[in-house]
Each structure stands twice: as C-alpha cells, then as structure tokens.
Write a protein that binds this ligand. Structure first.
Ligand code: SPV
Ligand code: MN
Length: 625
C-alpha cells in the first residue's frame, strides 16, 4: 500500500474505500489520488460494476440533470452544448516531448507546455462534485487482447455511457498483478450551464500524453471527447499496437452469412459517418462491433476482437427502410441513451427518421421551434446531424455469439471504405495484401463530415480511416500494416468499397441498400464462389453474379446499364486520385515506405495502358476475355 490510498480515504464512504482496497495496483491509487487532488473533487465514487453500483450511476445521471427520462422504459436523453456536438480536432493534441516532432498532419503541442495548460484548466474543476472512478476492460477480459483502462470523470452521463459501451473491468483489475499496466483518462466537463452542458467551450482541451499513457479531457461532454475509451484510448492503443506488432483499427467486425449456414467474418474501416455501423448492422448478418477492433496474429491467422461492447452510433437516417434493425431497437423498451435528438412529449426524433418531425421541442439549443436561428442567424435544425444513440450490443438480437471469445474471430476479409464521389468503383478486391493496404487503406479518401467540428465536405486523405488517431510517424503505420499481413500464413482478402460514388449529374449511383449485395459478393469471393474481372484498380464483380445477388438479397432487378454505370473504370479521376495521394505522402509523411509509391505507380501504369487501349471511361466488361 502507498500513501495515496490513505490520502483518498477521507473523500470516500467506507464501502467505496473497501472497493478500492480490493484492487492492489499502487499506480491506480496514484492516478486516482493525483486526479482528486488536481480537480479538488468533494467525494469519490468507486464503481465496482455491481448491479447496485451500475444502478446508482444510472440514477445519478438523471438526478444530476445530465440525462432525462423519455417515454419508453430504459430510454434517456442527454444534450451536449451547441459548440460541443462532435469530436473537436482543433482542441485535440498530442503532447510531444521536446526534440520530437510528429507528422505535420497531426496536431501537437510541446508536452510540458501542454501539461501546464491542461492541468491549469482541470485545477479545481470538480469542486463540490463527485469524481466517479470506472475500471474498464478493452476487449474480452483475460485474453491476449485485453488492455485495461481506468477513467476518473465528474460526468454521470459519461460513466453511464461507459456501462453501455465497454466491458466491466473492476474484477479484472482486482484479479490482476499489482504492477499490471493500464490506460488512464482524466475527464472533467468543467463548469456547467443550468442545462448541464459544458459552458467553457473555448477552453475545451483533449490532450494525449502517450509518454504516460494518460489522456486529459476538459470542458467537453460530447462522448467522442469525453468517454475516454472511445477515440482517446484508441490513440494510445494504436501506438502500443505498432510497437508490439499487432493492429488497432477504426473497424467494425461482422459475421456474413453465406450458403449452407456458413459464417465468414469481415472487419471494415470507414471514416466517421461513412456507413460503418450500417454495414455491420445489415439485416440477416451478425455484428461483433461497429467502431474499434484489435487484430492479432494468432497461430498465423488474423483474429479480431471488438474493443468495445456497445454502439455509440449516428442516429441520422436510421429509419425502417435503411436501418431496420437499429430502428427497432431505438423504438422498443430497453436501455438507450439518445443524445442531441429532438424531444417532443417524451419522444425522441431525428433527421431522416422516415416520418415528419414536430415543429417544436427540446434540442441541443434548448427550447426549439421551427425557424429558430443561432447567434449568426443560421437556422438551427430540429436535431443535430451528429445526434447519436448508445446501446449495449448484447441487447441486439443480431449480436454475434462470438463477441466475447478471448481469441477473437478469424478475419477472412478486411474492407476499406471512403467517401469518394468520383473515382473508385462501389466494390473491388485487391490483387494482394500489399495492393489492398496501399491502394485502398493508405489511399482512403473522404470528405469531412458532421462527426467532427468544422466545415463539412472538405476532401482529405484519411489513412485507414485512422488518420485522426495515429500517434506515431504516419509512414510507420503504413509499414506496420504491410508487415502484419505479410507475416500471416494466409492474409485476409482486402476489399475497397465506395458507397458514395456519383454520376455526372452529381447523383449517387447506388442506394444505401446496395451495400448488402457488395458484402454478399465479398463473402462469395473469400469462399471461392464468385468470379471477378481484373481491372487496373482491382478485381471487380461480374454482372451475372451481381444480378443474382441483387435478386436474392434485395429482391431487385439489376440492369446491365446500372452495372456499367457503377463499375466503369474512370481513368482521369483515378489518375487524379493517385496524384493526390502521392502528393499527400510526399508533403506530409517523410517516412512513407517506398512500396507505397511503387504500388501506386504500378496502378498508374495499368490505368495509362488501359486508357491507350480503351479510352478514358472503360466498361468493366472490356477487361473480360
Ligand atoms: C466517430 O466519430 O468515429 C465515432 C464517434 O465513432 S466518436 O469517435 O465517439 O466521436
Ligand atoms: Mn468511429
């Protein structure tokens, strides 16, 4: 025991003190004591994950005013401040020791300077409040994947969300060696408005101290900035994974059901708001995870676990047609936290709900009515585009039974999906692992969306969809991905998808449902049951296979015309894409592996040759012979 435990004693009830004593990790005491000292909390609550403690957290989320009840049993709503509606890239920085510099593409600050700043903002931030201590197991407990986490927060909403989104870790901590490592998160919502939202949005800071495996977050409540085990611990995990030779990825994991009761697992990386959750939740398939995966080489096979155990999903466009399964969960009794939706007479509403919205209610701006404008005179929408829901995966009927398998599931395919209006076809398979990692993963392009604060629709490279979260030299991240698959006896197939391709009139060439056909095609490919056409950018499906799948999966007629439109190889757009990607790496990533340039040069060469033979826009069938 160390002096920290005794220092904490006066702020705890006897029961809480006993709960903490049962954990014998002196570093845990130290982190809790230093957090308590800095933030000057009045009391400390130790959440042991018992039913009683969880119920207490849930009740306090209501009693504190951070959440309110909705009509359906188990449903609550939470609002974040008007300036706190997404991950805040500007406010999020890596603390980098003097003499070290990350890629220009990463936001960073001198470590000492940053620590002084963020600790200054956290000082006395919990005065008069309780500090909640939560222990979390990232990944299934007691497995080779497990990483432990400890969060101190003054937000009952954050503590409640963690209950839905993460596996309990108190018992794991209790049974662990005293010197077991863990990730640390200290969060304070800062001073709160009468509506219980963080007021000092200009002083919002999310600083990542990778030297000390610690994250500091202050003056924010939006879960992506405050629930430390979401994107914050993910940044630390990516670093750890890269040094230890495994992968921490921004990926969903799903089981795709094939002929004869076969189930094949895929993981898929998509930037925020690009279809990751809706892919994992396709009807008839099963979900293991929708956001963060750890992937390891076990017995020379890529195996993956979901780091989390719940979904913090985008609610916009969840309706009975496009997302039937989620819609059902969100409209049935059960534990759900809604955030930043519109509430009218105890019912939540959101954009794209599939029916008309009320003209008034309560939303992230307070009392709302149609026509309400913000300080700059812009109309305030009824619900925020980035409004979300939090649910536990075990509450879903399509939750995959392997979710807690300590060895994870065998990945047969991995998918990279961007938001690319012009170049890539809706689905294609890479020639090999390296081509997939470079041409689909490292070249992943998207546009900024409402999931991060700032202007929408700005095109950008979002490497493996983890660009925002990488805390090592970016080139090293690419090399590690290349290396990981090369070491496997049989690496997963790599697919690139693009749900956002548009035609000349700027209309999407696919409906959101079409992705189900692409997924089924990938399942057949992995199992050697579908052919493909070799094009300059990858293997694309044959019309006949897709026609059958459209009929079987969606009960839809699929015309040759649609096929040609969707799978035409657009040479000028693809050449321009290669230019952009190469320029990004040349300008921003000094340690880019040479292989990246080589693989893209080869792709350019194939495109140029195809152009010489067939012209700028080439029907996929021209490549079939
Ligand atoms: C994302 O934006 O990628 C999310 C939500 O999954 S969060 O990271 O929590 O903001
Ligand atoms: Mn995400």
């Amino acid at each position: 025991m160390n002096g920290y435990l005794e220092a904490l004693h006066p702020k705890m009830s006897e029961g809480d003190y006993q709960k903490l004593c049962a954990i014998t990790n002196p570093k845990a005491y130290e982190f809790i004591a230093k957090s308590s000292d800095l933030c000057n909390c009045e009391k400390i609550f130790i959440c042991s994950d018992s039913a009683e403690d969880i119920a207490y957290v849930r009740n306090q989320a209501i009693a504190s005013g951070e959440e309110s009840f909705l009509n359906l049993k188990g449903h609550t709503v939470h609002f974040d401040g008007i300036h706190d509606q997404g991950r805040d890239r500007k406010a999020t920085k890596y603390l980098v020791p003097r003499g070290i510099s990350f890629s220009k593409a990463l936001n960073q600050i001198d470590r000492q300077e940053g620590l002084v700043e963020v600790k200054g903002l956290l000082r006395d931030s919990m005065q008069g409040h309780t500090m909640i201590v939560r222990f979390i197991s990232l990944g299934p407990a007691n497995s080779v994947f497990t990483i432990l986490g400890l969060q101190c927060t003054d937000s009952w909403y954050v503590a409640h969300s963690e209950d839905l989104l993460y596996r309990p870790g108190y018992e794991v901590f209790r049974q662990s060696e005293p010197n077991r490592e863990f990730l640390r998160v200290l969060h304070s919502a800062g001073s709160l408005s009468p509506k219980k939202t963080s007021t000092e949005f200009n002083k919002k800071r999310i600083y990542i101290d990778y030297m000390d495996s610690t994250i500091y977050s202050v003056n924010t409540q939006y879960a992506g900035n405050s629930v430390g085990f979401k994107k914050l611990a993910f940044r630390l995990a990516i670093r750890k994974a890269n040094y230890e030779g495994w992968l921490a990825e921004h990926m969903m994991i799903m089981g795709v059901h094939g002929p004869g009761g076969r189930k094949t697992y895929f993981s898929g990386a998509f930037p925020s708001a690009c279809g990751k959750t809706s892919t994992a939740m396709l009807p008839g398939e099963s979900i293991l995870g929708d956001d963060i995966a750890y992937i390891r080489d076990i017995g020379s096979v890529a195996r993956a676990v979901n780091v989390e155990s719940g979904i913090f999903g985008i609610i916009k466009d969840v309706n009975p047609t496009d997302d039937a399964l989620i819609y059902k969960v969100l409209t049935s009794p059960g534990e759900v936290i809604f955030s930043n939706v519109l509430v009218n007479e105890g019912r939540p509403y959101w954009l794209g709900i599939g029916s008309e919205l009320p003209k008034e209610g309560k939303n992230f701006s307070g009392d709302w009515h149609e026509g309400k404008t913000d300080d700059e005179g812009n109309a305030i929408p009824p619900a925020h585009k980035n409004a979300r829901y939090a649910v536990a995966l075990k509450d879903l009927e399509n939750c995959d039974p392997e979710i807690d398998n300590p060895l994870g599931v065998k990945l047969s395919g991995i998918i990279y999906g961007g938001r690319d209006a012009k170049a890539y076809v809706p689905v294609q398979q890479s020639f090999d692992w390296e081509h997939g990692i470079i041409a689909y993963g490292a070249s992943l392009e998207t546009e900024t969306t409402f999931a991060t604060i700032g202007k929408e629709g700005i095109p950008e490279i979002n490497m493996m969809s983890t660009q925002d979260f990488i805390s090592i030299p970016l080139g090293q991240n690419v090399s590690n991905n290349l290396e990981f698959g090369r070491k496997l006896k049989k690496s997963p197939f790599v697919f690139g998808v693009n749900y956002f391709l548009r035609d000349k009139k700027n209309q999407f060439v696919n409906t959101p449902q079409d992705k189900h056909v692409w997924i089924k095609w990938m399942e057949l490919r992995v199992n050697g049951e579908a052919g493909a056409i070799r094009t300059p950018t990858g293997f694309v499906p044959k019309y006949g296979d897709l026609k059958k799948l459209f009929d079987r999966v969606l009960n839809k007629e699929y015309s040759k015309e649609d096929y040609i439109k969707q799978f035409t190889i657009r040479v000028p757009e693809n050449l321009a894409k290669i230019e952009r990607v190469q320029r990004f790496y040349q300008e921003n990533v000094s340690d880019t592996p040479l292989e990246l340039f080589e693989i893209l040069d080869q792709q350019r060469q194939r495109l140029v040759e195809a152009k010489a033979q067939f012209g700028d826009y080439i029907s996929p069938e021209s490549f079939e012979w």
